[in-house]
Design a protein around this ligand. Structure first.
Ligand code: ADP
Length: 484
């Protein structure tokens, strides 16, 4: 037989007769070994609990220094882990029940207790407390898991939320205690409460019959901003097959949607950009047949169009290479001043056609970068060509090179042109984005590619512009440390 453990029992009882009776009943029970401490007030009881680990507490709630439920609440608040059996008078059985609701494990009515019953109450109280503690731990574990998930989670019963996790709170801006209803708080501006009612019916129907509901919904955050969400709702079923409630997982899919939209836009734009020159070619060929005497002129047009198409296809290929991470850099040590001088020299003729002054201002200390020379030439060329394109006649363009204390070479291409409207600044590097479609021919891919190349080299690019007065593009590339 296993050795019987000694139970440490604290009895708080101000009536010496009742206390003696309890001691005798415990002694009478041969099935437990115990170590009983008796105090007659709450204060020494709390003291004792603070010093000793007690297996179970027997307490009369009516004491000289504390009365009724208050006694229990004080003990429970200070020592939530101690199992408690409340002793009530014959005339006050209701207090026993209330005490159990307030955290006691059991109650006994004085005068109706006998040894067997007392021992059983003590044992059950300990066991119940253990199970409750395990449940609390399990709940805490589940909560920690749910709270560490990236997706938002709502558990609801009859479309009233009972729990939301941290991710949902982060996603929507509502703290768990502010959250109410099911998705009502998150209802988009576009929808009415009636629409939500219809949605709830659909969800209820689907989870009951199909066991799952999936959908997309636009949701509103506390700050009023909205986002696209993917929702999956599954029922929580009781052992008797009754739907208790449902768990909804909420994912912010706005980025996915943006990407999808960007892809569709890309394909649409690319096809459009290719169709325009093709139509142009077709017309030119038609004209060549009808006006053979103008063939040389038409051939020039054709050559121009073919070059433009080739440029576009090159750009498209570059963009897709970036997307697939396929672009290989052939890096070598390059003296930045030489590279910039080369580009400026080459573009001076173009600038000259518009009487634009293209000058450079390069620091005298040679700056060396480790880079794919051809690609960096492409970057500076794109920026200078844009500056020429978007600067009216007689303007100025200045290409500056300096270094910053963080160890970067800084190139600034500044023009005195039309500038960029503030609302376009954040979009300027997106594929096919162009401020105004008329005027300058272009694809809207130049800056996308430029930025990709710069970032692939570990650098960054920024734009500054005062609309109507010019624009500046600033490229930063890390300086190479070359051994002397
Ligand atoms: P593209 O020049 O072929 O249109 P880019 O990607 O190079 O494409 O540029 C995107 C848009 O950014 C241009 O259409 C133009 O509206 C604007 N932009 C670029 N550079 C400048 C500049 N230096 N000044 C004013 N606007 C510019």
């Amino acid at each position: 037989m296993m050795p019987m453990p000694t139970l440490k029992i604290l009895l708080i009882e101000d009536n010496p007769g009742d206390a003696r009776l309890i001691r005798e009943m415990l002694l009478e029970a041969r099935s437990i070994k115990f170590d009983l401490k008796i105090v007659d007030r709450l204060a020494p009881g709390l003291d004792y609990l603070g010093r000793e680990a007690v297996d179970v507490l027997l307490a009369d709630l009516s004491l000289p220094d504390s009365f009724g439920l208050e006694t229990l609440i004080t003990i429970h608040r200070k020592f939530p882990a101690v199992p408690i059996v409340v002793l009530t008078g014959l005339d006050d059985e209701r207090q026993g029940l209330t005490a159990v609701q307030a955290g006691a494990q059991d109650y006994l009515v004085k005068g109706q207790v006998e040894s067997q019953l007392l021992v059983r109450a003590v044992r059950y109280a300990i066991e119940r407390k253990r199970i409750a503690a395990e449940l609390t731990l399990e709940q805490a574990r589940l909560r920690a898991i749910l709270d560490s998930m990236g997706e938002g989670v709502i558990y609801h019963e009859a479309f009233e939320s009972k729990y939301i996790n941290q991710a949902l709170s982060d996603m929507t801006g509502y703290a768990p205690d502010e959250y109410s209803g099911y998705l009502d708080l998150l209802r988009s501006e576009r929808e009415t409460p009636r629409d939500m009612g219809v949605l709830y019916e659909q969800i209820e129907d689907a989870i009951e019959h199909a066991g799952i509901w999936r959908g997309e919904k636009r949701l509103r955050r506390k700050d009023g901003s909205e986002f696209d969400a993917g929702l999956t709702c599954t029922p929580v079923v009781s052992p008797d097959e009754h739907i208790l409630g449902a768990v909804t997982i909420i994912r912010d899919i706005s980025q996915e949607k943006d990407l999808q939209a960007q892809k569709s836009r890309f394909v649409a734009n690319a096809s459009h950009e290719l169709r325009t020159p093709l139509t142009n070619m077709k017309t030119t060929v038609y004209l060549m047949r009808r006006q053979p005497e103008k063939t040389p002129e038409h051939l020039d047009t054709l050559e121009f169009v073919v070059d433009r198409m080739r440029g576009l296809v090159e750009d498209l290929l570059d963009v897709t290479r970036f997307e697939r991470g396929k672009l290989n850099l052939h890096q070598e040590y390059v003296t930045f001043q030489d590279l910039i001088k080369e580009v400026v020299q080459l573009q001076r003729a173009e600038a000259g056609k518009k009487h634009i002054t293209l000058s450079n201002d390069l620091c005298s200390d040679p700056l060396t970068i480790c880079a794919d020379k051809r690609r960096i030439v492409q970057v500076i060329t794109n920026l200078v060509i844009n500056a020429v394109n978007y600067t009216p006649e007689h303007g100025n363009i200045l290409v500056q090179l300096s270094s910053d204390p963080a160890g970067y070479a800084v190139v600034r291409v500044q023009d005195s042109g039309i500038g960029i409207p503030p609302e376009a600044l954040s979009k300027i590097f997106s594929p096919f984005f162009r401020v105004n479609e008329g005027g300058v021919v272009g694809t809207g891919l130049g800056l996308t590619i430029t930025k990709e190349i710069v970032e692939l080299h570990g650098g960054n690019i920024e734009v500054e512009s005062e609309f109507g007065k010019g624009a500046a593009f600033i490229v930063r590339l890390q300086l190479a440390t070359v051994e002397a």
